[in-house]
Design a protein around this ligand. Structure first.
Ligand SMILES: [Ca+2]
Ligand SMILES: [Ca+2]
Ligand SMILES: [Ca+2]
Length: 365
């Protein structure tokens, strides 16, 4: 009974807000009887509803709860059956006044306690990923307060169409001790390039209170290949007139097409002189990255001495999403086709002369 009569020794006053409970911690020994008297003023003929609860700080167990009597005082008379630390929660539940002044008479040594908090630890602040690879990103929920929190649940959500996310770690933690961090991981799958945000909401319980903590994490999805293919002409064969006429040799351009993602398609189109360009024609691949374009001798015969114009077009094989591949159209290349030159005329004249000589000799015999 000694503690009861010690009430007069201590009178402390506090303000209790409507939204935030007032919290105290106090140590009790087993079998200790404690009296606490809480007073608050009566306002406008109405009573403010102040409620007091006590919890075991380590287990969260409720060991005392105010009787629901409308008055302007509360007498707590409790004998604890365990030596431990208790949290005393004083709540301004409803009624009049946002802030209510309280006077507490108690023999206990009350220490003000803080509302616990949790925070989200992104181990990577800004998540950047390419469109070709899914990623698993680790997060941590940390209890930054001084008391355990209970029934921690994590909800992840994105309203962005650029990514899909799945929580592949734990979603629920029954208890999170002070300074403890529990990890969970998100599987992030890119859908399109752009900036996406992930809202992570953590709900947890402390005493009989529930709290929500939210954080937004940004994810940038970038293209893993932003360069179109490169086209390089390696070799050009312009046959001479004799080669065209006698050997049927073709005009040929050999070129190389390269791309970090690989080359999907290569096309060529051409025109002779000032004519119209042909359609885009699929190009012949002769070996890895090497392509050729040819014009037959029969076509060349009717265009001797004219100019050939050629353009190449190539598309890369990057296809992580629609519209991912890039294409390039080369510059216009021009090549002069051989003509019947002076040397050929001389050569042809010599052949004619020899032919005549041979014919004359035959006639003389
Ligand atoms: Ca890509
Ligand atoms: Ca590319
Ligand atoms: Ca691309």
């Amino acid at each position: 009974m000694a503690s009861a009569w010690a009430l007069k020794d201590v009178a402390v006053s506090y303000l209790v807000n409507k939204s935030t409970p007032l919290l105290f911690r106090a140590s009790f020994v087993k079998g200790q009887r404690t009296l606490m008297l809480v007073f608050w003023p009566r306002v406008c003929e109405q009573y403010t509803d102040i409620n007091v609860k006590m919890f075991n700080v380590y287990t969260g167990e409720l060991i005392y709860e105010s009787s629901n009597i409308r008055d302007n005082f509360e007498l707590i008379d409790i004998t604890t059956n365990e030596s431990t630390m208790y949290l005393i929660e004083i709540i301004n539940d409803n009624g009049v006044g946002d802030q209510v002044p309280l006077v507490i008479f108690t023999s206990l040594e009350l220490k003000e306690a803080s509302i616990p908090g949790v925070s989200l630890l992104p181990y990577v602040e800004n998540i950047t990923m390419t469109d070709s690879e899914s990623k698993v990103v680790k997060f941590g929920i940390r209890n930054t307060g001084s008391y355990p929190v209970f029934n921690v649940t994590i909800d992840v959500h994105t309203s962005s169409s650029f990514i899909n996310i799945v929580n592949i770690g734990h979603g629920n933690f029954p208890k999170l001790n002070p300074k403890e961090t529990l990890n969970f991981s998100l599987f992030i799958q890119p859908v399109d390039i752009g900036e996406a945000s992930i809202n992570i909401t953590c709900m947890y319980h402390f005493l009989d209170l529930s709290f929500t903590y939210s954080k937004t994490v940004t994810v940038s999805v970038v293209d893993d290949d932003t360069k179109p293919p490169e086209i390089k002409v390696l070799e050009v064969q312009t046959p001479s007139v004799l080669e065209i006429l006698l050997l049927g040799k073709k005009f040929m351009v050999k070129f190389k097409v390269t791309d970090e993602s690989g080359v999907a398609e290569v096309y060529v189109r051409y025109k002779i002189s000032k004519g119209e360009y042909s359609d885009w024609l699929i190009c012949k691949k002769i070996s890895e990255n090497i392509y050729v374009f040819e014009i037959s001798a029969s076509t060349l015969k009717s265009h001797l001495g004219e100019k050939v114009y050629i353009q190449f077009r190539a598309i890369d094989m990057d296809n992580d999403r629609p519209g991912d591949n890039l294409e390039v159209t080369s510059q216009e290349y021009s090549f002069q086709l051989s003509t019947l030159s002076y040397e050929y005329l001389i050569l042809a004249s010599i052949i004619v002369v020899i032919a005549l000589i041979v014919a004359l000799r035959r006639l003389r015999r």
